[in-house]
Write a protein that binds this ligand. Sequence first.
Ligand SMILES: [Zn+2]
Length: 580
Amino acid sequence: MAMELLPFNSAVLPWLTGETLFSLCSRHHRLWGFSNSSQSTEILFGSPRRGTQHDFPCALDVFADRTQGLLGSANEIARQRTVLKFYAPFRGAGEVQDAVVMMRSASVAHLKYRLGLLTSRFRAHHPLKSCPQCRHRDLVECGWVYWRGHLQYPGVWMCPEHKIPVQESALKATGVARFQWHLPAEEDQHSLEALRTDWMQASALKLATMTVDLVESITEDGWLSRHRFQAAVRSRMLANGWLLTSGRLRLEDAASSFLQHVRPLRRIPELAALPSSVEEAKSQLGRLLRPMRSGTHPLRWMVVASWLFDDVDDLRAELAHPSERDCWPEVNKELSQGATDKEDVRVRLVAFMSEGASATSAAREYGVDVKTAMAWAASSGISTKRRSKKLTAESLLSILQALQFGDDRNELAQRYSISSGTITRILMTEVGLHAQWVAARKARSRERARSTWLSLLASGEHQGLKWMRKLEPAAYAWLYRNDTAWLRANLPPAPKESARRASPAVRWDVRDLELSARVFQTALSLSKNGATTLRLWQLYQVLPELKAKLGQLQRLPLTQRALETVLTRRATSTSPSELL
Ligand SMILES: [Zn+2]
């Protein structure tokens, strides 16, 4: 059998990082050089058309057999190398197993219907997507431009790594090249009109990052069940004051906030089914919160999650410890009655409290939950006295201090044996505390990243920046994004020439950091020697490698900025000739 897969004695190509099955097959097709895709398909799947679906391929048993399990079993390939990986955490174990069985067989007919994709009102064609910067990096680092699995997930329209819009492939989506193998090529890719502006990109980036982080961190089928999501959403709506402990739901308020959140997202064609009016938002939220309904598209949950939660850690914490309280029957009654609250209750309540009324009496006066009254007051800058049944004054004080120092919410909840929801409420109701907490957490991350970096630097065993970056990727990434000036000041000495030659792949960010640091050093020593107005030629006289890189400045943003700074010119142009 293996002989059939190895024309021209070619070996089976191994997987690239995060690669999809469609991508791997397309690379084999490219390598073999057949003029028709069907010839490669015949070799890989034993039939001219089977297996060519880019989202849910079939005939995986044949493929695993022909590759002699070198690339994993059919089951592993279905779960790890196709878009099923995105759906599995949201669907029941039985449903996922059925999907795998179909993908191993000769046909996947009706699979999308069974997964509820055709009835969801979202488009179910899974367009092929790629990120321009990933493409460039992959070509430089591994010699291939390929399809990365996580960028194919529904709802992912920004590259979480490079924070730029991904591009959609014109092929496959139209059905013209339905049975063809192909890899991302510049000319076939186009950007979405919807993602031209910063605010749209910011919303799409949050959705993409949370989706990828969440899906990649869950390995259990069905872990992201409807029940778990509903509990998390209820708990957060409770904390936001849209759900009262009595079970009353302030659907109107929640719906207008939700509508605000989805406004940029629904310009993405895939997400056009998101609500466009308060009425639609109310009805969609109502459907999500009602019990006993299955088959909701995961996109709906992820959009709601990106609305209610800060990031994936915030979301996971709530999913892992759903609220202990259940106000289910009341919520349901509320939903069926469709009752809403007046917009001005909040304004009047805050005014009442600013005149000195306690949260309890204001809450009673306006018929809202005490915690809601406190949250509203805090967001308007009014401090409130707290009465907690579970917490003593001392432990409350320690919690407040711990939060000021940026302690983790879940750790605190465990330490004081209270729910993380209570911690969140303290965080949100104490004036200014949330901002302090965020700043403290950032300071902690900085401290951690810096000390990791410094201890590696001090170990004396490093072999240059590239090596350090590989050993401590998280610290490096944090510093590169958030603490560039410090990182620049703490670079290792350049490795020996022989070590450099051993690794020819270009790391533009590494090169950029090193070069920008040297630009500053050179400028400093030149000005110490009496130069008053620096010219570019003076810099590259001392720093010949700078001259060689002038044509590449668009890839070296830090160096470009360094040049603009030391040459004291206004940052208006990117053309190196104008620097002269
Ligand atoms: Zn990217």
